[in-house]
Design a protein around this ligand. Structure first.
Ligand code: ARG
Length: 461
């Protein structure tokens, strides 16, 4: 058991089994970088408040900066016996500067640190996720552009519905992920990261000292943090008690995960022999240990399956926070594993999905075969009749009957003579039907769309 940050008022030693149970170092070490930010701001504030001498502050900042370097270079190894990351860094500083470290935590609480650290984590990861979204948006654009002349069957209820352009299809996922981008972007824009809450009631260090500390800290980090809004605290009780930012971040990830999962499902389905539209890249599939012919879409299945975990993580934090009395409660320590888990899952999926998209091949022969299904053009026949002045519900009925007739008699509509067609409606004829029941015609007859241009270019962030 490493040195703890409390204990004076206890007569008995903490139970070792319980100590293990309550530790968070095995996961909150991920917050090390941000915890050091908090410490540096705090040391500057203590100096501004004349609690620390300038040389003392300088020494502490220099040691903290060394630890920060270790973290950034991946050399930081947390002591597994530490209670949490805050304690770990405190002990580390003590090892390097001895007793001076006892002044580091002056008038400070881990309650203030932990929320500061987590907000920073969400901020940094959010910026990273925006970058990944940008890349996948560009790939979707590129993919659609590459097959811009291709038409595919569109589905409702997983039943063949109408023909759409492939660009329109990829554009649908583009639009979904673009909204995810906007959601994350607006989350980041409104994020505020506070210092000065103390344990809950505020701190005896003056607000002006904190403001000065934040200003100096921002100079110290040379603009690296310019997008964040580090501020002196607005309401200290709210700050230490609230984790709605974690819930919001997990909600954004959950919606994004839903989109990735739907994309995965489409790709799985379209790559089955039954559909056969897509050929998935070998690199992201696995084989069967028994059946030699198999190529299984394992990445896509795992991406779809992870939705259970990502939604579960959101629900776990929502439920943990429900009904907690103000302000900080230890229950709140349990928000970290769900937060880290969903972040990692979504980041990994965005990266791999992007690589997979760039390598999926379209099986045009198979797609063209399916596009010969005349039922895909039934709606276009109705549209034609409507423009010829036939009331919509009459036209709908006529084409419905024609479709059933074609199926029952096993004769293609395109092969029916004028005589037969005219028994359904006098406006129908062989030449016309052949013109309408065609992918180019079907897609170009949709005048409400923006000329099937490529969707707006990817974000510049
Ligand atoms: N490990 C704690 C958490 O993640 C840090 C805050 C501890 N505060 C306390 N009063 N025990 O929530």
């Amino acid at each position: 058991m490493a040195k703890k940050m409390w204990g004076g008022r206890f007569k008995k030693k903490v139970d070792s089994y319980f100590f293990e149970f309550q530790k968070s170092i095995s996961y909150d070490y991920k917050l090390a970088e941000y915890d050091i930010y908090h410490s540096i701001i705090h040391v500057i504030a203590l100096k501004e408040a004349n609690i620390l001498e300038a040389p003392e502050a300088k020494k502490l900042i220099s040691v903290l900066s060394d630890i920060s370097k270790e973290v950034k270079e991946g050399r930081f190894k947390p002591n597994p016996n530490s209670e949490d990351i805050h304690t770990d860094i405190q002990n580390r500083v003590e090892k390097k500067v001895g007793k001076l470290a006892h002044k580091l935590h002056t008038l400070r609480s881990r309650n203030d640190q932990v929320v500061f650290d987590e907000k920073w984590y969400c901020y940094k990861e959010g910026v990273y996720i925006l970058g990944l979204l940008n890349v996948i948006l560009a790939s979707l654009n590129h993919w659609g552009g590459k097959y811009r002349k291709v038409f595919i069957p569109g589905y409702t209820h997983t039943q063949r519905a109408q023909v759409v352009s492939f660009l329109n299809y990829t554009g649908a996922f583009f639009c979904m992920l673009e909204r995810d981008f906007e959601r994350m972007d607006s989350f980041l824009k409104k994020s505020s990261i506070y210092v000065g809450s103390g344990a809950l009631a505020g701190s005896a260090i003056p607000r002006s000292a904190y403001s000065e500390a934040i200003k100096k800290f921002l100079v110290h980090t040379k603009g690296e943090l310019q997008h964040s809004k580090s501020e002196t605290v607005r309401n200290s009780l709210d700050n230490v008690a609230s984790r709605d930012f974690v819930i919001e971040f997990l909600s954004i990830l959950s919606i994004l995960q839903m989109h990735l999962s739907r994309m995965a499902e489409d790709f799985i389905m379209y790559s089955t022999k039954e559909f056969g539209f897509f050929d998935l890249p070998d690199e992201f599939c696995t084989g069967s240990s028994l059946m030699p012919h198999k190529k299984n879409p394992d990445f896509l299945e795992l991406a779809r399956g992870n939705t259970g975990r990502v939604y579960g993580n959101l629900l776990a934090v929502l439920i943990t926070m429900k009904g907690l009395p103000l302000t900080y409660n230890r229950d709140m320590q349990l928000d970290k594993e769900p937060l880290f888990s969903s972040t990692k899952i979504v980041k990994d999926e965005l990266k791999i999905m992007n690589d997979l998209i760039s390598k999926i091949k379209l099986n045009k022969d198979r797609i063209e075969l399916v596009l010969e299904d005349e039922e895909l053009y039934a709606t276009e026949l109705v549209e034609f009749l409507v423009y010829e002045g036939v009331p919509f519900s009459d036209a709908h009925k006529v084409i419905g009957k024609l479709t059933v007739y074609s199926r029952d008699k096993n004769i293609k509509i395109k092969d029916m003579p004028d005589k037969t067609l005219k028994t359904f409606n006098e406006k129908l004829n062989h030449r016309l039907v052949r013109k309408i029941m065609n992918p180019e015609y079907a897609v170009s007859s949709k005048k409400s769309l923006s000329a099937h241009k490529r969707v707006s270019s990817a974000k510049s962030k």
